[in-house]
Design a protein around this ligand. Structure first.
Ligand code: HEM
Length: 485
């Protein structure tokens, strides 16, 4: 209760203090400065200093409003940043709804009926758009929101580096692959963080976010009834706490019943989570394993948990450093991606949809003979002709979705394409686009800016003219092209 009061007081206090400051300066002594690394990735705190200086205060107000509706929203909003950054980097791909050419991340195992708070991001984005149209990315909004959710819950502050752009694609499969599962043991957790270039201390400090928010019974049922197929609970749960969990989540009970991740103070960002780990009162197996498995030879991890349980400031400083590092994961910068609409790609924004059925053909991409890259084992050039299977028309903008296959393009190739793409609609409208590489197939998609004419009209003023090629895993290449004109 004392911790709860403290959280409420610090919330009011922080609101007052920060509200009286400039939009840009959080000159707390405790603010963690942006690391050199962020700058290396092309991000900086004053990215919107001229274009949208209000962004910080607009986001802060939006997070405050969300927390006023329900304190848990702070936890849910913080989690969104993690689930975004671990899948193709911090590019707001998490926010994209399914599109004709990809299945998005919202229905991935870790997010389905679990990730929440999207509606607040939409509201914040709308307010930011009103103040500074087409300027601030959704990816940057997620980064500021995460910081504000922590600060407003009594946690540490840090400078948020900005300049990310939004993804043009998303992947449910990648989310399923990269977001760690609550059944993971310590080695699995470590390798999932290592895959992101994050280390053991990043793991231990970032997962301290579980000092806020809730878990559904379904996420830890296995642990309390049938750990590793033994038909027994995990032996590393303190018996009194195990009883609490059994009471909360009886066999065949509602899998969506909620259990606080930090039973004593789920509303405040403090070091209560680590105290729980030390007293073997962790909710998720992936949490408990940081303390229990550490005994079996993972030097340093158990000590770190104990240190954070004793020294809240040490946890705060480490968390702030690690979340800045997480925020640097593969940002899209420069002319990559777009300043998006969060849930919908700009080029899919509907304007009076019509039913005219266009059929496009794409053919004629060639790899130049002098190219050093050989994506096509059969030779440098390959002509293909494939049919776009679905297409849409929104006003004057036409969108074709192409589902073909390029069985010979190797995974991860950088392809130097040069040639033309020709499009023809069923009613005879033809277009030719010039294409020039190199295009990096090591990303899930390769973006090719195209220009040309369609039906005699040039593409002047067209905002999104891109062709995307996605490849699959295991060398199987799935062609996917999107034309937004
Ligand atoms: C280390 C691996 C991690 C695993 C296995 C994991 C797993 C989970 C699970 C299973 C839940 C409950 C979801 C549900 O039942 O609906 C949860 C909740 C949560 N996670 Fe994690 N998580 C991890 C790391 C992180 C990190 C790094 C952060 C943030 C920096 C984070 C933030 C949260 C928050 C705040 C909640 C509560 C959300 C709410 O109440 O809406 N988690 N996590």
């Amino acid at each position: 209760m004392a911790r709860l009061n403290l959280a409420i007081i610090s919330l009011v206090f922080l609101g007052t203090v920060l509200g009286s400051r400039g939009q840009y300066e959080y000159d707390d002594d405790n603010v963690v400065a942006i690391s050199e690394n962020s700058t290396l990735y092309g991000l900086s705190e004053d990215f919107y200093r001229h274009a949208c200086p209000q962004v910080y205060s607009i986001v802060r107000a939006g997070v405050e409003a969300a927390i006023k509706i329900q304190q848990r929203n702070a936890a849910s909003l913080l989690r969104l940043f993690f689930h975004d950054c671990f899948v193709q980097g911090c590019d707001a791909s998490l926010l994209l709804d399914d599109a004709p050419f990809f299945i998005g991340e919202k229905t991935a195992a870790a997010n389905n009926q679990s990730a929440r708070g999207f509606e607040f991001i939409d509201v914040i984005k709308a307010s930011v758009e009103e103040a500074c149209p087409l300027t601030v990315s959704c990816a940057d909004i997620l980064a500021i929101v995460a910081r504000d959710a922590v600060v407003l819950s009594g946690g540490p502050n840090w400078e948020v580096a900005l300049g990310r752009r939004d993804s043009l694609t998303a992947s449910r499969a990648a989310s399923d692959h990269f977001i760690p599962d609550p059944t993971y043991d310590l080695p699995q957790l470590l390798s999932s963080f290592q895959a992101m270039g994050l280390g053991a201390e990043d793991l231990v400090s970032l997962v301290g976010a579980h000092t806020m928010g809730f878990s559904r019974c379904t996420s830890f049922e296995q642990r309390i009834y049938n750990q590793s197929g033994t038909h027994h609970p995990d032996l590393n749960i303190e018996p009194g706490f195990l009883k609490q969990l059994h009471d909360r989540c009886p066999p065949h009970g509602d899998p969506n019943t909620l259990q606080p991740l930090d039973w004593e103070s789920p509303a405040s960002f403090d070091n209560g989570y680590y105290k729980n780990l030390v007293s073997q009162s962790a909710v998720l197996h992936s949490d408990g394993t940081l303390y229990s498995e550490a005994i079996a030879g993972f030097a340093g991890i158990r000590e770190l948990v104990e240190k954070f349980a004793e020294d809240e400031q040490a946890f705060f400083a480490s968390f702030a450093r690690s979340i800045v590092r997480m925020g640097n994961l593969r940002p899209l910068i420069g002319d990559k991606g777009e300043i998006g609409h969060c849930d919908l790609l700009n080029c899919l924004l509907p304007r009076s949809p019509s039913s005219r059925n266009l059929v496009y053909y794409i053919h004629g991409i060639r790899v130049p003979a002098n190219s050093s890259q050989r994506p096509f084992p059969n030779g440098y050039g390959e002509v293909f002709r494939n049919k776009i299977t679905e297409s849409y028309e929104y006003d004057s903008r036409q969108i074709g979705v192409y589902q073909g296959s390029y069985p010979t393009v190797r995974d991860g190739s950088v392809v130097s394409l040069r040639g033309t793409i020709s499009l023809a609609t069923s009613d005879g409208v033809r277009a030719r686009f010039n294409v020039r590489g190199p295009y990096d197939f090591s990303q899930l998609t390769s973006i090719m800016p195209i220009s040309g004419t369609l039906g005699g009209r040039s593409f002047l003023g067209i905002q999104n003219a891109t062709v995307l090629f996605a490849y699959g895993r295991n060398g199987v290449v799935k062609g996917q092209a999107k034309i937004c004109v």
